[in-house]
Design a protein around this ligand. Structure first.
Ligand code: PBG
Length: 324
């Protein structure tokens, strides 16, 4: 009689395992972040992100085309801004002839079917390395939101399909939504970084864009890692303000937050498997301590199982190759 119930029956062979699998990863789940820098025919390895590069616009388009041909449907663009173009007002962030809008334009011309998302925040443009305008040592919310709304319109005009505000200022989703409507871009979407934590896992990204905060930290706007109910509240607010997708960031250490947010909003949920998560796997793989590729696939699947509909990840280019 014992045991009647044997879980191992549905694990006994590959076909049955394939049949009963609850969650699967597919190329359309992945968003590939890409870093653009000024120049021509140039690419630079980011030392703390092995295998990941910054590209000049021409090479970025080439790389994006190759990703698209492998099945990547969407990219998230970040611009690297030279020091002499940074200030405390986000001047370059709203320049329609700036690197990011110009790259978006060329990218959409070259590959119209590629879904292009753009980062909206001031840190790469800020002489202080903060996501907002600094006054008296503080990051001021409402004046920053004005600039973010303008920046979003500039990106929409350039052809971005979706803007992705990663700044964590209050009330910016509503202002961005209104600005897009007023400027005649009702179809441009918003992916809100709704629950973005003040995390040390962003270190390699700040190397990539040379965007580390010049003073203090980001704890007055990014969330406290101890909180989960606050994340749900932030995601609900962004949904109410008109976000089309809400995001949780980082990924693996915050999968409980992904689950909580997924259960409380109606819009799709994305997760950002961030630079530090990528760097850790690459480092362990290099040492021979882990099988990096297997860890990558397990990590991405774990994000989906936790409830993510979409995953922004530096693993996207490699993972899509393995998915064949
Ligand atoms: C900044 C921004 C950051 C990331 C995306 N947008 C870093 C930060 O907030 O300091 C991090 C991405 C990563 O680590 O992969 N607006």
């Amino acid at each position: 009689m014992y045991p009647l119930i044997r879980g191992r029956r549905t694990r006994a062979s590959q076909p049955v395992r394939d049949m009963v699998r609850e969650h699967q990863l597919q190329p359309a789940d992945l968003i590939a972040p890409m870093f653009v820098m000024e120049g021509r025919a140039a690419k630079q390895l980011i030392p703390s992100m092995p295998g990941y590069f910054r590209y000049s616009p021409d090479l970025l388009i080439k790389e994006a085309r190759s990703l698209f041909e492998k099945g990547i449907r969407s990219v998230l663009l970040f611009g690297m801004v030279p020091e002499n173009k940074k200030d405390n007002k986000g001047t370059e962030a709203v320049n329609p002839n700036g690197l990011l809008p110009q790259t978006v334009k060329k990218l959409k011309e070259a590959i119209p079917e590629l879904y292009v998302m753009t980062d909206v925040a001031l840190d790469p443009f800020s002489s202080y390395g903060h996501d907002g305008i600094v006054e008296g040592g503080k990051i001021v919310n409402d004046p920053t939101v004005e600039v973010l709304a303008k920046m979003s319109v500039v990106h929409a005009k350039a052809g971005a399909d979706m803007v992705a505000p990663s700044d964590m200022m209050d009330g910016r989703i509503l202002k961005i939504r209104q600005a897009l409507e007023e400027a005649g871009y009702p179809d441009t979407g918003i992916m809100a970084y709704s629950a973005k934590y003040a995390s040390v896992f962003y270190g390699p990204f700040r190397d990539a864009l040379d965007s580390a905060p010049g003073f203090g930290d980001k704890k007055t706007y990014q969330m406290d890692p101890g909180n989960v109910r606050e994340a749900v509240r932030e995601a609900q607010l962004d949904e109410d303000e008109g976000a089309d997708i809400v995001m949780v960031k980082p990924g693996l250490p915050y999968l409980d937050v992904v689950r909580a947010v997924k259960e409380s909003v109606q819009v799709p949920v994305s997760v950002y498997n961030v630079s530090g998560e990528y760097a850790m796997v690459k480092a362990a793989d290099k040492e021979g301590w882990l099988d990096g590729q297997a860890v990558m696939m397990e990590s991405l699947l774990a994000c989906k199982r936790a409830g993510a509909d979409l995953i922004a990840s530096y693993f996207a280019p490699e993972a899509v190759e393995l998915m064949g």
